[in-house]
Design a protein around this ligand. Structure first.
Ligand code: MN
Length: 755
């Protein structure tokens, strides 16, 4: 019956196979969860699973399996091997959603609550931020950072679960990646797992790393362990019967296990002591695990068992370890000693209760299990457990030597750690802002800072930094400190520097204002005397000369011909605008003269004591300086050159300033009156974050503002930032403001200024 006509087995599509595999993995997770002491929150777990599944839909891991199997496996570890509850399971299921899909942390917060969203955010930060580009950081720094940046220890537990699954599936990675991941695991994650008492996971992480980093040594030790198994079995057979006999007689409820040293630990011992495998004496240890008759007298029973052993075998005089009275920092408790067997071999024996054994294997997740067997587990219980870890980490026992002893899990630490773009680590006080950070790095950086990219996202000066943030300060030579900045700094260093800059700027403005005023008075035919200064001070309502000068210097107070009346004591109550006819008269006079007067004559005939109105007619007679390209609306001054040309400069133009000092009497005060009749070219500098769609948005704005002709636009992108310049034809400064404001409305555009 084996011909082609027999019905073919139903074709199962790849999708269907995947689906079955996914459902089976998820069911296993639910079963594990339901078998635990946790409350039954399967609804939220199922919701998280469905959400993650849909978010990762269509994506496969390097191994070819559907991506969602990875988060399920991570949740399985968090639940089954660490003993965590629904919050962590949800976070584990969702842990790659923020990094790998379009969903944001806000989405997760809305759907699953703040706790879950915070854990996912922490995990995302650790993966993307720290282990992404800056692998050159010292392992110690990594560890320290990891612990300080996690506001919730569950972040680390999910990350450890994630790492364990990645290590278990490491064979599908590229070899170059394997080394990096294995190294990181050994130096960072295994010690943290150890610190948290996750002994089983720590051992597995170490062995997996060892296997990838030193495959031959690993295989060699495995082989030797296999070859020496018989010998160990014989040792156990000779050693344990006497113990069993005694414990049975005492009525102890116990089990005896053989503990074989892990390949990595054996290898480390061989390396550290420069000995061959055969000389590692403690490969085998005997573990006696008892269930105490009375849990309150657990410790007494442990010592009684120890005492009984000493009557059978001779204990080693110096190897006794009492982790019972002084638990290790990770919570480990047991009595250890080495005993001489009848065959004359030293054998290590470890005595611990079932509770201590659980803690030794899975860490503090085991704690709650022994508190009240009947009480339903709840989140508060977990919080208490997490707090107990914190306390232990914060208060290490003095007699324990631990890799991570110096590390405090400062959940509310007064310091945060942030990175420069090059991966340099900076410690800042909690609450520090972008501006604080900029000043911390360099005063110049602070002085011209206008914002930053934090984790590649654009943020303002006032943004409060968090541990683990990568901060790139954005600067612009046109940005300067303002008094508002004092609200944005929290460190004394930054505050002092901002105040110093403000004082310096104020002095400069005061000087500039004083110079302007002197020049104005002299040109208008007055002396620079206290009397005239006082008149203007009253006019502008200033308490003292300094503030008057500052006001003139920073442009708040304008000096023009209207002040003539003030100085002459004829200030009209309704203000100088009443005297506007003055202007039109001049304009009209100039206009009629226009047809007959040549440019040179025009310039020669300029009345230097009057303000020249720059309108359509007079503009024909003067030249816009090509050093500063003034346009209508700018504060300008006319300079009459040696060849009788009237050049219009910005008042701030260095050339004009030079001219002012040299040929003071060849200056002409000018005021615009152009009525949008003539176009001027201006350059606008653009800067921003090179995000998707930003160029499109710029094009959109320019399209909308089509009344302004764009003559040229160049944009360069570099390291996530774009910079460019556009030349655009406008009538006056108001147009420039319009264009710049429109451009600044675009998200990701951080700077649009005339240059
Ligand atoms: Mn992952």
């Amino acid at each position: 019956m084996s011909d082609t006509t027999s019905p073919a087995a139903p074709l199962v599509s790849r999708e269907q196979q995947d689906e079955e595999m996914i459902q089976a993995a998820f069911q296993r997770l639910l079963d594990t969860y339901l078998a635990s002491n946790h409350r039954r929150k399967t609804d939220i777990i199922t919701k998280a699973f469905n959400f993650a599944k849909q978010a990762h839909k269509g994506v496969r891991r390097r191994s070819g399996e559907p991506y969602i199997l990875h988060p399920i496996a991570v949740a399985q570890i968090a639940c089954g091997e660490i003993g965590l509850g629904s919050t962590t399971i949800c976070a584990a299921l969702l842990h790659d959603v923020e990094e790998d899909t379009d969903y944001t942390n806000e989405d997760l917060c809305n759907l699953f609550g703040k706790k879950v969203a915070n854990i996912v955010e922490g995990v995302t930060k650790i993966s993307g931020g720290i282990f992404g580009e800056r692998a050159s950081l010292q392992a110690e720094t990594f560890k320290k950072l990891l612990l300080t940046m996690s506001d919730d220890i569950r972040v680390i537990l999910v990350k450890i679960s994630d790492r364990l699954h990645n290590m278990r599936t490491l064979s599908s990675m590229l070899p170059s990646k394997q080394y990096k991941i294995a190294g990181e695991t050994l130096y960072i994650f295994a010690p943290i797992a150890d610190r948290l008492g996750l002994n089983k996971i720590k051992t597995e992480l170490e062995d997996l790393s060892f296997r990838y980093e030193h495959p031959e040594a690993y295989a060699d030790i495995l082989q030797k362990l296999k070859d020496s198994k018989d010998m160990r079995d014989k040792t156990i057979e000779g050693f344990t019967p006497a113990i069993r006999e005694r414990l049975d007689a005492m009525g102890v409820n116990y089990t005896i296990k053989a503990r074989i040293k892990s390949p990595y630990s054996i290898w480390m011992k061989m390396q550290n002591k420069h000995i061959p495998f055969e000389e590692v004496f403690d490969i085998l240890a005997i573990r006696i695990i008892y269930v105490p008759a009375d849990r309150n007298k657990e410790k007494d029973e442990c010592f009684r068992i120890y005492s009984a052993l000493t009557e059978i075998y001779k204990p080693h005089p110096t190897r006794f370890r009492d982790w019972l009275s002084n638990p290790k920092t990770n919570g480990y408790q047991a009595l250890h000693n080495t005993f001489m067997s009848k065959q004359g071999k030293w054998i290590e024996v470890q005595i611990r209760s079932d509770r201590m054994d659980d803690i030794a294997e899975v860490g503090f997740a085991a704690h709650w299990k022994y508190k009240d067997q009947n009480a339903a587990y709840d989140e508060n219980e977990l919080d208490r457990w997490l707090n107990s870890i914190k306390e232990i980490l914060d208060d290490p026992q003095p007699d324990t030597l631990d890799l991570l002893d110096n590390i405090k899990l400062n959940l509310y630490s007064s310091e945060i750690m942030v990175f420069t773009p090059k991966g340099e680590l900076k410690t800042m006080p909690r609450g520090a802002t972008v501006l604080d950070f900029a000043f911390n790095i360099h005063s110049v950086l602070g002085a011209h800072c206008f914002g930053a990219k934090v984790n590649h996202r654009l943020v303002p000066l006032s943004y409060e930094l968090k541990s683990g943030d990568q901060v790139e300060i954005l600067t612009s030579q046109t940005r300067h400190a303002t008094p508002e900045w004092l609200n944005y700094v929290t460190t004394a260093k930054a505050r002092n520097k901002v105040q110093a800059i403000l004082r310096r700027e104020k002095r400069a403005q005061q000087k500039e204002g004083e110079d302007k005023l002197r020049q104005f008075l002299v040109q208008a035919g007055y002396d620079f005397t206290e009397q005239h200064i006082a008149t203007l001070r009253l006019h502008f309502g200033q308490p003292d000369n300094e503030s008057l000068f500052v006001g003139i210097g920073d442009g708040r107070f304008t000096l023009d011909e209207s002040l003539n009346d003030v100085l002459k004591g004829r200030e009209h109550k309704k203000g100088w605008r009443r005297f506007l006819p003055f202007k039109t008269k001049t304009a009209a006079a100039t206009q009629t003269a226009e047809e007959t007067i040549s440019t040179a004559d025009f310039v020669k005939n300029i009345n230097r004591k009057q303000t020249l109105i720059l309108d359509e007619a007079t503009l024909e007679k003067c030249v816009m300086a090509d050093c500063c390209h003034p346009i209508p609306g700018d504060d300008v001054v006319g300079c009459i050159t040696a060849d009788d040309t009237l050049e219009i400069h910005l008042r701030s133009c260095p050339n004009a300033v030079r001219h002012k000092t040299r040929y003071g009497n060849n200056l002409v005060a000018c005021r615009w009156d152009t009525h949008k009749s003539r176009l001027f070219d201006v350059a606008i500098r653009l800067r921003g974050v090179d995000a998707q769609g930003v160029l499109h948005a710029i094009a959109d704005v320019l399209q909308r503002l089509s009344r302004f002709t764009v003559k040229r636009i160049t944009l360069d992108t570099n390291d996530g930032i774009f910079e460019g310049q556009m030349i655009i034809s406008v009538f006056d400064t108001a147009d420039v403001t319009t264009v710049c404001n429109e451009l600044m409305q675009i998200e990701h555009v951080t700077e649009a200024v005339r240059v």
